[in-house]
Design a protein around this ligand. Structure first.
Ligand SMILES: Nc1nc2c(ncn2[C@@H]2O[C@H](COP(=O)(O)OP(=O)(O)O)[C@@H](O)[C@H]2O)c(=O)[nH]1
Ligand SMILES: *[C@@H]1O[C@H](CO)[C@@H](O)[C@H](O)[C@H]1NC(C)=O
Ligand SMILES: *[C@@H]1O[C@H](CO)[C@@H](O)[C@H](O)[C@H]1NC(C)=O
Ligand SMILES: *[C@@H]1O[C@H](CO)[C@@H](O)[C@H](O)[C@H]1NC(C)=O
Ligand SMILES: *[C@@H]1O[C@H](CO)[C@@H](O)[C@H](O)[C@H]1NC(C)=O
Ligand SMILES: [Mg+2]
Length: 327
């Protein structure tokens, strides 16, 4: 028998297998111990209400996603320290929405700005729009503590009245009128159960992005795409675009089950959508990178990589349950 330093190859092999098994068990135990079955579903008392800036000390209860829809469209805008970038985005969105309403009197909409525990004046910036356009059209949900983009979008969704629900980044990177494209796709894909998600996509801009960005960022981007494909979601070119349109039943089902509060929540959402066999569309949209990103280089990427790994492990081992009942 072959030997290395007097030890047989077989015993080295056995030792390696043994170590691998121990390692795997350890990882599973750690993941299990750190799994919160229902992270942060709880709302602080103040997070259940919005105010009408025209009325002094008003406190109005948000509706919730299990109620039937009472308007056509809800736009959810997660905003963390966005007092600078929010106004141009709101101006563009409101111009589109008001225009549309002028053309069609029966079209009704709302924008819900979710201030995710900002340290700046995001809430008061947003409340100015609320004052100008009225609480039927603009509402502000102020979270007590920072939850992350996923957590903010989720609470916004839970507080919305729309038949259709869109979430859009506060920096106005997407052209708001591209909503028409998403809506057209959604109507085209409409199913009997009315469970549809349509994602905006920047995949057609990838070559341009590669040309403009550093090699390192391109490498990270490719690595991220590979991890998403390998671990979680296949068949969607751009999972991360901050411009997605959902039907109300799809939003209720997906956000009731969502677990990830940070950047990787899109992947969690699409993973769930695929496991529910929800119809998913993808439409190319206009996108302009806006300065002042909240992504922390490298750190946010590491967080996302870890979250992708956890999504895949936790769902496949059943630490996170997927339930078709609403909570
Ligand atoms: N709720 C919440 N939103 C965030 C947080 N960080 C960023 N955002 C929002 O996520 C959206 C996209 O952020 P941005 O920094 O432009 O990311 P990028 O476009 O991927 O570079 C914006 O609406 C931000 O306000 C956060 O910690 N919490
Ligand atoms: C939803 O709203 C109704 C009343 O509007 C309330 O009774 C119910 O408790 C709310 N559910 C959740 C999950 O907030
Ligand atoms: C006007 O808006 C309503 C509600 O969104 C919609 O059902 C209707 O088809 C619209 N009409 C036209 C002419 O676009
Ligand atoms: C927020 O705005 C108020 C006035 O509207 C100002 O006094 C305060 O310094 C601002 N806070 C921050 C953090 O910018
Ligand atoms: C996604 O990528 C595939 C293959 O590159 C391409 O055929 C398809 O048109 C893309 N879809 C979108 C919406 O960009
Ligand atoms: Mg951005």
């Amino acid at each position: 028998m072959e030997t290395i330093l007097g030890v047989s190859l077989l015993s080295i092999l056995l030792l390696l297998v043994f170590l691998a098994v121990i390692g795997l068990v350890l990882v599973i135990l750690i993941v299990r111990a750190t799994t919160d079955p229902n992270p942060d579903l709880h709302r602080h008392e103040n997070e259940k209400y919005f105010t009408d800036p025209k009325k002094k000390d008003s406190k109005i209860l948000f509706p919730n996603i299990s109620d039937p829809p009472s308007i056509d469209l809800s736009v959810i805008v997660p905003a963390y320290n966005e007092e600078e970038r929010l106004p141009p985005m709101m101006d563009e969105a409101l111009q589109y929405l008001e225009e549309r309403q002028k053309k069609n009197r029966s079209f009704s909409y709302e924008i819900i700005v979710v201030d995710d525990g900002s340290k700046d004046n995001t809430t008061s910036t947003a409340l100015k729009y609320c004052e100008k356009y009225g609480v039927d059209n603009v509402r502000v949900l102020t979270l007590k503590e920072n939850r992350g983009k996923g957590g903010a979008v989720r609470l916004g969704m839970f507080s919305a009245r729309g038949r259709l629900l869109l979430f859009a980044d506060a920096d106005g990177a997407s052209k708001f009128s591209d909503l028409d494209k998403l809506e057209a796709e959604l109507n085209k894909m409409k199913t009997e159960d009315n469970l549809v998600v349509v994602c905006g996509s920047r995949a057609h801009l990838e070559d341009k992005a590669i040309a403009e960005r550093s090699m390192f960022r391109t490498f990270l981007m490719k690595g991220f795409h590979f991890l998403v494909w390998f671990l979680c979601v296949r068949g969607i070119n751009d999972t991360q675009c901050g411009f997605k349109l959902l039907t109300r039943p799809a939003a209720e089902l997906l956000f009731n089950n969502l677990h990830v509060n940070r950047w990787a929540f899109d992947v969690d959402m699409l993973y769930l959508a695929q496991s529910f066999k929800i119809t998913i569309g993808e439409v190319a949209i206009t996108w302009q990178e806006i300065e002042g990103t909240k992504m922390v280089p490298v750190w946010s990427w590491l967080q996302m990589g870890r979250d992708l790994l956890l999504i895949s492990i936790r769902y496949s081992l059943g630490f996170w349950k997927i339930s078709s009942k609403s909570l």
